[in-house]
Design a protein around this ligand. Structure first.
Ligand code: NAD
Length: 456
């Protein structure tokens, strides 16, 4: 097993030089990164096409454009985020002022997955740099072309003692986890998330875990069915369903089942054509292993739309399966592919109960025009975040910190959320020496009586 202690030690000593804490250094680093991404745009698109057959439109909107926007937003707000925040001081502390300092942790480890191999590596890096950290990045081994461009781009921008990319698979990841990092930011599956947290616990390293799970999508009987169908088709089949926050399965109200499914079929044809397997812009499945895992679900329930595959191209049609129950194998784990199973319901309580019986989802989507149903569901079910009358879109707002809860993740990021995630919040009291209020001292006369006037 390789040893990364020299790399980590070099980063620690660079961190201790305090260079990364300088606000101009941070903003310059963000701008350098932004420029380099723009310069490598064509190369990145080719790599994403080779790794996953991502179309240029998807590559730009969900990976490249997304991080350019995040970089722009962060660089323009950073000045105000880094300032120590002055907070109130209670009467008992008269004479003093109170502040919260945002302090970088030091050297961060960022481990990322293959499904958005560029965006999910760079977006946390933006937070790490903004907050003043050094970072070691470990991109996914399953998207080698993109990881290669990523490494080249980072090398061009930064010295290794500031930001480094380490390539490799599970062994490399595990070797890195033995290192004395100050923070670990992991995006990936639930089982690996547990391994990461266990390794971090051994050294008490703080973590963010961006995990996955089965995200429900509920279509109530009063929903705007046509709009719901199009937004669900887009959220589910973008990146061929290999999106952590894609609607995993549908809860569809019995009264609108037929009508909604027809709209959904039409939306799939509109977005991906009537022969998606021949559509050059439809993303493929990342590996043979995942293709076979997904293809095995196609005999669950009844195929309503799609169902065809192309094993050579590792491609699966956008598929909808009806007559599904929680006992079907497709309902066991996160699907992570272009297959949408449909459960029927007639009472909202069935939906709430069904979700309660399973691990807390990363996202939830609810389509209804009824405000009280919206509030009822938002208040009774726990999940990372989500949308009412949309899918996936909450992910792209810098004002909405993104993350899971419990089994779907710990912590959140994006926008200021990323800066906060990579900053330790250090509370500081600055006391006066012009006077010294005696109440706290044990020798004060009637001390208890006096202290009870302030602390009651
Ligand atoms: P994964 O957990 O298999 O791998 C993620 C990273 O961990 C990779 O870099 C991999 O090399 C490393 N890794 C794998 N096994 C390891 C081990 N035993 N020890 C240490 N490191 C190990 O995930 P994946 O298949 O690349 O990605 C898909 C998963 O990621 C899905 O579950 C999805 O929901 C989740 N995901 C979550 C988000 C989010 O933001 N919450 C985003 C994208 C994907």
């Amino acid at each position: 097993m390789e040893n990364y202690s020299t790399l980590i030690a070099d980063q620690k000593s660079f961190f201790r030089s305090d260079k990364t804490k300088d606000i101009t250094f941070r903003i310059n680093a963000l701008q350098t990164l932004r420029k380099a991404i723009k310069n490598h745009e064509a190369e990145l698109m080719q790599a994403l096409q080779a790794d996953l057959n991502k179309s240029e439109f998807e590559a730009y909107s969900t990976e490249i454009g997304f991080v350019l926007e995040e970089l722009r937003y962060t660089a323009s707000h950073l000045q105000s985020w880094v300032r120590p925040e002055k907070v109130k001081t209670p009467l008992t502390h008269i004479g003093s002022n109170s502040y919260i300092y945002s302090e970088p942790y030091g050297v961060a480890l960022i481990i990322s997955p293959w499904n958005y191999p560029f965006q999910l590596a760079i977006a946390p890096l933006i937070g790490a740099i903004a907050a003043g950290n050094c970072a070691v990045m470990k991109p996914s081994e399953l998207t080698p072309k993109t990881s290669e461009v990523l490494e080249k781009l980072i090398r061009e921008c930064f010295p290794e003692e500031f930001i480094a990319v380490v390539q490799g698979g599970v062994e490399t990841s595990q070797a890195l986890l033995n290192g004395k990092f100050d923070y670990i930011f992991f995006t990936g599956s639930v089982p690996v998330g547990k391994i990461i947290m266990e390794a971090a616990a051994k050294q008490l390293i703080p973590v963010t875990l961006e995990l996955g799970g089965k995200s429900p999508c509920i279509v109530h009987e009063d929903a705007n069915l046509k709009i719901a169908a199009k937004r669900i088709a887009w959220g589910k089949y973008t990146n061929a369903g290999q999106t952590c926050i894609a609607p995993d399965y549908l809860y569809l109200h019995t009264n609108v089942q037929e009508e909604f499914l027809q709209y959904l079929k039409a939306a799939i044809v509109e977005l991906y054509s009537s022969e998606p397997l021949n559509n050059p812009n439809f993303t493929r499945i990342v590996s043979k292993r995942h293709f076979e895992r997904l293809a095995a679900f196609l005999n669950n329930g009844k195929v309503y739309v799609g169902g065809k595959t192309n094993p050579e191209k590792l491609s699966i049609e956008p598929t909808v399966l009806t007559k599904i129950s929680w006992d079907d194998s497709i309902m066991e784990d996160e699907i992570f592919g272009p297959i949408l199973p449909v459960l029927e319901y007639s009472e909202l309580s069935e939906v709430i109960e069904g979700i309660h019986e399973h691990p807390k989802p990363l996202s939830l989507y609810l389509f209804t025009e009824n405000n009280s149903i919206q509030e009822k569901l938002l208040n009774s079910v726990s999940f990372g975040g989500g949308c009412v009358n949309d899918t996936v879109y909450h992910f792209a707002s810098p004002h909405l910190p993104f993350g899971g809860v419990g089994p779907s993740g710990i912590g959140a990021y994006h926008g200021k959320g990323s800066f906060d995630t990579f900053s330790h919040k250090k509370s500081i009291l600055k006391q006066t020496t012009r006077f010294d209020i005696p109440f706290r001292y044990p020798n004060v006369k009637n001390g208890l009586k006096k202290i009870k006037m302030f602390m009651k």
